[in-house]
Ligand binder design. Structure first.
Ligand code: C2E
Ligand code: MG
Ligand code: MG
Length: 719
């Protein structure tokens, strides 16, 4: 009795939480007063007979972690457990004891909640540091700022077991959600939070100043329900949140936060520590981005500049395009505008042109020169593109202050970007000629340029390619021919090239025609080859055509398309090619030769021929002009010139001679004497249709003897 009295006092004094249950029925047989009080009973007797899982753990059935089966007499069983009902940690010792013939579990528990939290905090602090390192690594290793910050937010979100992690930045009178990470199943809110009035978070600034970061544990308890802040948070399903300010030079410029954090909520160290890192990193990236943006932006107009344009061309050249629309815009008489009204006014005009472009095409427009603009529309529908150009032309037309010249092209499938841009440029340039012409005539500006007409004529198959045979003067055999273009007018009459080529050259649109002729030559060669005839053909190229940087690639591509070996083709250039920039000229010649084409110097000896071209460039053929041949029989001086230049030709390695415009037997005789290699002229044959030329070649092949030359006029036959 004495013992039980004192023992009872000791037990009560120590506030010992202990109870005994029947292991067979799980009914409570005994409980200390401290335990009963903890579970809300004043009188311990009231707890007796109740099921332990209901009273102690708040469960409906036997606890899944029940220790009954683990107990053996005389061996205490010790374990730790978190009691969900009480939200407390216990250190528990269970004993199996016999009582009134029953097996009883005596459980003695010690509240260790405070200890646990302290331990958790210590162990958590380690993870804070680890997470911090993780965040910093993420921010510094990712090159793209968006990826870096989003990944960083994900780490923060995971750390706090939050629904959402985000960054808000302050703008003038509102705050803006600039980055967001969401846990699976949580809806993104960023797009709805782009212009939140700054008043909504005015309280927050105060708290930031006061405490730095802060934690709203319960929206309902911590905020007034009628506050706008409460509404906007509640609407997003937020019950609690933790936020830390982002400061720049001491000034709060935004905040970093997590919604509904469930773990480590008592420790906002991570949030505080990372906020300074993320801000620095964001600033650094923005600086780089701005610098990059400036180097690609034209500061006067805000359009993309030439750098950006070149970068874009580079990108497009590595891309397969479905279609491409190009618009070239050039302000007419910019110099005059500047001279008459000053540069400030001139700048305003440039800006206005840019604004018009911006309003219609935005980021596809580039300022590529002082008063030149290009629009590149990638993979655009033809109709959409034409609608766009029409609108632009209308916009520009409305303007009375200035005038622009516009060129535009659209093409689909296997598009060469360079080619399209040049075409648009040519068209614009052609239109500009109209402008100059209009100024001279005091006339209205007419928009339909010569280039448009040429392209229309090309698509209407107005052009035909004739061939004039070229003869080997030694054997009399036809070695091939020169391709000469003709145009059929509305009445069906053939027009000779001298009537239209100079015009196209002046207007810088000749390349379209040269390429058309070249393509026709390749198509004819392919056709003839299939019938066993493989002549060598010369095709004329204007200097303007050869100015395009990608011309060699283009002609090579055309050859490949028709399966024609480049060795079968000679490119005829005239002496005025030497007007090209010397470096460019040498590069061009090397490229042409490297691709296997021959190059012939046409019209040599006409006007003021300059022999020096022969010292710098290596031609495979020199074509003596008709004017020299004409004078052979009548003018002794011409004979001397011809004889000696032929001699030069012979001495130049790899170069042979061809005389054009041979009309008489006398001329031919003299050319024989001067050892001229090849000849071309009405004496042999006039230029003829491709069908007639093919028949001629076939005939000669069948006969095996020359068909255009009398036997006594060939050196070989004379011998
Ligand atoms: P070219 O390249 O010097 O061509 C020779 C011109 O002389 C041709 O005139 C030819 O018909 C003419 N011809 C040849 N033999 C005789 C002859 O015995 N007597 C006379 N009176 N004339 C003769 P065509 O076909 O009128 O071509 C004139 C020029 O047009 C060519 O001179 C060439 O510079 C240019 N041309 C022709 N086709 C093209 C082309 O596709 N592209 C370019 N850029 N120019 C071309
Ligand atoms: Mg020629
Ligand atoms: Mg010629």
């Amino acid at each position: 009795m004495r013992e039980s009295f004192f023992e009872q006092i000791i037990i009560n004094q120590q506030n010992l939480v202990a109870y005994a249950t029947d292991t067979a029925t799980n009914e409570i047989l005994y409980m200390t007063q401290a335990a009963a009080t903890l579970y809300g009973f004043e009188d311990v007797q009231e707890t007796y007979g109740k099921k332990c899982y209901e009273l102690i753990q708040g469960l409906d059935t036997v606890c899944p972690f029940c220790t009954n089966s683990k107990l053996t007499t005389g061996q205490p069983y010790q374990w730790e457990h978190y009691n969900e009902k009480l939200q407390m940690w216990f250190d528990i010792t269970d004993l199996l004891v016999p009582f009134e013939g029953k097996n009883c579990r005596l459980e003695i528990a010690r509240d260790i909640t405070a200890l646990k939290e302290k331990f958790d905090r210590v162990s958590n602090r380690l993870t804070v540091e680890e997470t911090l390192v993780d965040c910093i690594q993420t921010l510094s290793s990712e090159t793209d700022v968006n990826t870096a910050v989003n990944h960083f937010l994900e780490i923060i979100g995971h750390f706090y077991a939050a629904d959402r992690a985000y960054i808000f930045e302050y703008e003038k009178d509102h705050i803006k959600n600039t980055f967001e990470w969401c846990a699976p199943g949580i809806l993104y809110q960023m797009e709805f939070l782009q212009k939140v009035p700054i008043e909504y978070v005015s309280e927050w600034n105060y708290k930031f100043e006061l405490d730095g970061e802060f934690f709203i544990t319960s929206l309902d308890n911590d905020l007034a329900m009628d506050s706008p802040e409460y509404r906007i948070l509640k609407d997003q399903g937020i019950e609690s949140l933790a936020v830390a300010p982002l400061r720049k030079n001491g000034q709060i410029i935004g905040f970093l936060g997590v919604d509904n954090p469930r773990e480590s909520t008592y420790d906002l160290t991570l949030l505080r520590s990372v906020s300074s890192f993320v801000l620095e990193e964001m600033e650094r990236r923005r600086l780089i981005r701005d610098l990059e943006r400036f180097s690609y932006t034209d500061l006067l107009t805000g359009l993309q500049n030439r750098n950006s344009y070149i970068k874009m061309l580079d990108r497009l050249s590595n891309q397969t395009l479905q279609s491409l629309g190009v618009i070239y815009v050039d302000i007419n008489g910019m110099k005059k505008i500047n001279d008459n009204n000053g540069h400030e006014y001139g700048d305003r005009v440039i800006k206005k042109v840019a604004d018009t472009l911006k309003s219609r095409v935005g980021c596809e427009a580039y300022r590529v020169g002082g008063d030149e603009f290009t629009v590149l529309c990638v993979d655009i529908d033809e109709q959409d593109f034409h609608l766009l150009t029409e609108k632009l032309i209308r916009d520009f037309d409305k303007n009375k202050e200035y005038d622009v010249s516009i060129g535009h092209t659209w093409r689909e499938g296997n598009v060469s970007v360079d080619e399209e841009i040049l075409k648009a440029d040519d068209l614009m340039y052609a239109e500009k000629q109209r402008y100059y012409h209009a100024i001279l005539q005091g006339d209205r500006i007419v928009r339909a340029g010569i280039a448009t007409e040429l392209l229309k004529d090309i698509s209407n198959h107005r052009f035909e390619v004739y061939y004039q045979p070229q003869i080997c003067l030694k054997t009399g055999h036809i070695i091939g021919g020169e391709a000469l273009v003709r145009k059929r007018n509305q009445q069906g009459k053939l027009i000779l090239p001298d009537h239209f080529i100079p015009n196209y050259e002046r207007e810088r649109v000749i390349r379209h025609l040269d390429l058309l002729v070249f393509q026709t030559v390749c198509a004819d060669l392919q056709k003839w080859k299939s019938q066993g005839i493989e002549p060598h053909i010369s095709s004329n190229f204007s200097r303007v055509t050869l100015m395009a940087s990608d011309i060699v690639t283009q002609i090579k591509q055309i050859c490949q398309e028709y399966g024609v070996p480049s060795e079968k083709i000679t490119i005829e250039v005239t002496e005025n090619i030497s007007k090209l920039e010397p470096k460019q000229l040498v590069k061009l010649m090397n490229q042409i030769v490297a691709e296997g084409f021959s190059v012939s110097l046409d019209d040599f000896g006409s006007k003021y021929s300059n022999l020096s071209i022969l010292t710098t460039l290596e031609f495979s053929e020199i074509k003596f002009d008709k004017s020299l041949v004409d004078k052979l029989s009548s003018d002794a001086r011409s004979r001397i010139v011809m004889k000696n230049t032929m001699q030069i030709c012979r001495e130049l390695p790899m170069t042979h001679s061809l005389a054009e415009g041979i009309e008489t037997a006398e001329q031919l005789d003299l050319l024989h004497q001067y050892d001229c290699d090849y000849g071309q002229g009405y004496y042999f044959a006039k230029p003829m249709s491709s069908e007639a030329f093919f028949e001629l070649l076939k005939k000669e092949q069948m006969h095996g003897t020359p068909v255009l030359v009398q036997p006594d006029q060939c050196d070989d036959l004379k011998i």
